[in-house]
Design a protein around this ligand. Structure first.
Ligand SMILES: NC(=O)c1ccc[n+]([C@@H]2O[C@H](COP(=O)([O-])OP(=O)(O)OC[C@H]3O[C@@H](n4cnc5c(N)ncnc54)[C@H](O)[C@@H]3O)[C@@H](O)[C@H]2O)c1
Length: 267
C-alpha cells in the first residue's frame, strides 16, 4: 500500500529530470498517486520529453503561473481530467539575472516585481485557481511549496532570498485562510540541489561545497530524494493537523549558528 494511493496531485515545475518536481512526481507515483504535470513556455517540449522517464507518463497541462488567462485555461484542462485535486506542488521559481549574485543594489523595481510574481505570488494564484478542486478532496487537501530558508541572508541569493521570505509569509496566511476548507499549506525548505534554476545562480558551486562539508548529516547536491520524500509525506495523510509549517530538508544546516567546514569529533 502506498502513502498516496488514490490521490491525484498537480505537480508544477518539471523542466528536466534534475528538477526537484521531477523527483517529487516520481516519488508520488511510486507511492500510488496519480500525477498531473504542468509545463511552461519554451520549456514545454522539454517537459514533455522528460515526463516519459517517469514510471507512468502523466497528463501534461500548459501553465504560466504569471498569466491569469493561462491559469484559467489550466483549471479548465485539469477539470477535464479529474473533479478534484488532493494535492498541489508549487515548484516554480524565476528571477531576472540582476536579482541574483549582484548584491541588492543591482535589480530594478520591475525586475524584483517579476521575481515576486513568479516566485511568491504564484503560490496564492495556484491556490485560488485550484481552490474549488482542492475543496472537493475527500480527505482534505495539501499544498506544498519549495523554499530556501529565508530566515537569514545568504551569499549570492540576494532578491531570491526576499522572494522566499515572501513565500514563507504567504504560506502562513494561506494556511490561515484555507484551513477551514481542510486545505493544508506547507513548505519544504530544501538545501541546494543542482537543478537548472540553481545553475542560474552565479557561484552556486561555492554554496554546494559549503553545504556538503558543513551539514551535520552531510548533503548531496545531486540527490533530490530527501526533498521528494518529505514533500510526499506532507501530501499524504500522515500530517493531517500540520499547516503553515516549514519543514527543513537541508542536512541540518538551518540549526547551526555558524557553518564549520569540519565539525569537531564527538568526545
Ligand atoms: N535547486 C535548489 O537548490 C533549490 C533549493 C531550495 C528551493 N528550490 C526551489 O525549488 C523550486 C523548483 O526549482 P528547481 O531547483 O527544481 O529548478 P528547475 O529549474 O528545475 O525548476 C524551476 C521551474 O520553474 C518553472 N517556471 C519558471 N517560470 C514559470 C512560470 N512563469 N510559470 C510556470 N512555471 C515556471 C520552470 O519551467 C521550471 O520547471 C523553486 O521554487 C526553487 O526556488 C530549489
Amino acid at each position: 500500500m502506498g502513502l498516496l494511493d488514490g490521490k491525484t496531485v498537480l505537480v508544477t515545475g518539471i523542466l528536466t529530470d534534475a528538477s526537484l518536481a521531477f523527483a517529487i512526481a516520481e516519488r508520488t507515483q511510486l507511492e500510488g498517486g496519480t500525477v498531473i504535470a504542468t509545463g511552461f513556455g519554451r520549456g514545454l517540449s522539454l517537459t514533455r520529453r522528460v515526463l516519459r522517464k517517469l514510471p507512468d507518463t502523466p497528463e501534461l497541462i500548459e501553465l504560466d503561473v504569471a498569466d491569469p488567462d493561462s491559469l484559467a485555461s489550466a483549471a479548465a484542462a485539469v477539470s477535464e481530467i479529474t473533479d478534484h485535486l488532493d494535492g498541489v506542488v508549487h515548484a516554480v521559481g524565476f528571477a531576472p539575472e540582476a536579482c541574483l549574485g549582484h548584491g541588492m543594489m543591482a535589480a530594478s523595481q520591475e525586475e524584483a516585481a517579476t521575481a515576486f510574481t513568479i516566485s511568491a505570488y504564484s503560490l496564492a494564484a495556484l491556490c485560488r485557481t485550484f481552490h474549488p478542486m482542492l475543496c472537493r478532496a475527500p480527505a482534505g487537501a495539501s499544498v506544498v511549496g519549495l523554499d530556501f530558508d529565508a530566515s537569514r541572508a545568504w551569499p549570492l541569493y540576494d532578491w531570491m532570498g526576499v522572494m522566499k521570505a515572501s513565500l514563507e509569509s504567504l504560506s502562513r496566511y494561506l494556511a490561515r485562510d484555507l484551513g477551514p476548507d481542510q486545505i493544508r499549506v506547507n513548505l519544504v525548505a530544501a538545501g541546494p540541489i543542482r537543478t537548472m534554476a540553481a545553475k542560474s545562480i552565479p557561484g552556486f558551486s561555492t554554496f554546494e561545497d559549503t553545504w556538503s562539508a558543513g551539514a551535520p548529516l552531510g548533503w548531496d547536491v545531486g540527490d533530490a530524494g530527501p526533498v521528494a520524500s518529505a514533500t510526499v509525506a506532507l501530501l499524504s495523510d500522515l500530517f493531517p493537523a500540520t499547516t503553515g509549517e516549514i519543514l527543513h530538508v537541508d542536512g541540518g544546516i538551518h540549526a547551526l549558528g555558524a557553518i564549520s567546514p569540519s565539525p569537531p569529533p564527538v568526545a
